[in-house]
Design a protein around this ligand. Sequence first.
Ligand code: PLP
Length: 306
Amino acid sequence: MESKYAGLKVWLDGRIVPYEKAVVPILTHSLQYGSGIFEGIRAYDTGKGTVIFRLKDHVKRFMNSMKIYYMHIDYSEEDIMNAILKVVKANKLSSCYIRPFAFYNSDAIGVSPKGKKISTYIAAVPFGAYFGAGKEKGIRCKVSSWHRINSLILPPQAKASGNYINSILASMEAAASGMDEAILTAINGYVAEGPGENIFVVENNKLITPSRESDILLGITRDTVIMAAEGLGIEVVERSIHKEELYTADELFFAGTAAEITPIVSVDSIQVGSGKPGPITKIIAERYSSIVTGKDKEYSDWLTYV
Ligand SMILES: Cc1ncc(COP(=O)(O)O)c(C=O)c1O
């Protein structure tokens, strides 16, 4: 089957290879059992070169995710950062989405991956707005009947492939109801996050976002929003959020590497605020965009030039 990524280059276990050549057996352990670890990183065009946003933080999380799962690769954080730079360069992409992935490259039927070979690949692909036009005009969400994974069952801080089966259930349920995206609650009923995005409530010009106790992934974009808001003099509160606070919020938005800043204009068919992206969301989205594209010098430490 011809892939839309044919012609691109991938870093695979230390070598740059054509995308079509980076293949695995259909019985690959991580394909069967979700035993892969991944990251999602964006590179942006600054007009004066391509930058990778918060590369060090993403690679650190990649390594920590593996550590949680007893996975060890023979590459250091620095090796992975250099490999990411290499693959973005090799593909001559001025902006892209970067997907590092470590997985059991073994066609083993047994569940335990002990002693099995771990491979690492890094792909870099062209990527636009995750929610398309929704990034500007806002999206409609459904509070999922599925709860977010709980840290007693699966560690939410590890970006493990298997976690996303929970996200997929919620996304598909939302899509089946004609909605754009899901919002999951934690086991305790408090709001957690989207299937691949953190969430922010705007209330009386303040930002409120779920804390770690709600089993969220502590996203790098979430952290960026918190720092940017504080820099703008906007108060940020991390606490548990009740579901009904989503309905009565002045504004709501998602934050994530893929989603960037995406306004949410309705939840469970209840209009949020004016039903349009609100002023605080717009201020945060603009600041985020200027940070990631190098226009805001205050945050230039977060940028790695390719
Ligand atoms: C479940 C989940 N929550 C939140 C996020 C946002 O995290 P980040 O901003 O680090 O991309 C992601 C994406 O990685 C995610 O998969």
